[in-house]
Design a protein around this ligand. Sequence first.
Ligand code: GLN
Length: 185
Amino acid sequence: MVKRIGVLALQGDFAEHKLALEQVGAEVIEVRLPHDLDTLDGLIIPGGESTTLRKLADFYGLMKPLRAFAQDKPVWGTCAGAILLAREVVDQEPHLGVMDIKIQRNAFGRQINSFVADLDIDGEIYPAVFIRAPLIVSVGSGVKILASLNHNRIVAAQQGHMLATVFHPELTNDLRFHRRFIEMI
Ligand code: GLN
């Protein structure tokens, strides 16, 4: 059955996620208002700027519906999206606070310090794009670490139906992460 996946389309690189999801055969809905969440099988919260995403989510009355959705259905946050999911954000209040990870914003420096690295995930190599990326500084006991950079910096994690990556698979031609998310559903 074709999966209906929402992409939060308030700000950031939602168009790239939409394209990747279409390439893996999903039906994609752009989410801008609470009722857009109604019929979805899963949701991606894209990268962008977490403070701006938060302001827009507040403005459109999305915070409560997003929190309820994430508690119940598969959600994947990339970069700023991962910041939105985190239960703890270093030096500031959390946003959705649904995933048991602690995250630190801009942990790799400024925009000019953005980089691409190869990640080893279960023995497979993935190209990973880091743009003013956060870092997952710690995870709760129910959270599986999927990938680390240099063996000690956590950059991807999964807690049941919630997935967080601090890098951007949607900015590469590699569709494996989008497939993985579809398979989680
Ligand atoms: N630095 C951004 C933030 O703190 C995240 C960057 C990104 O999503 N590429 O929200």
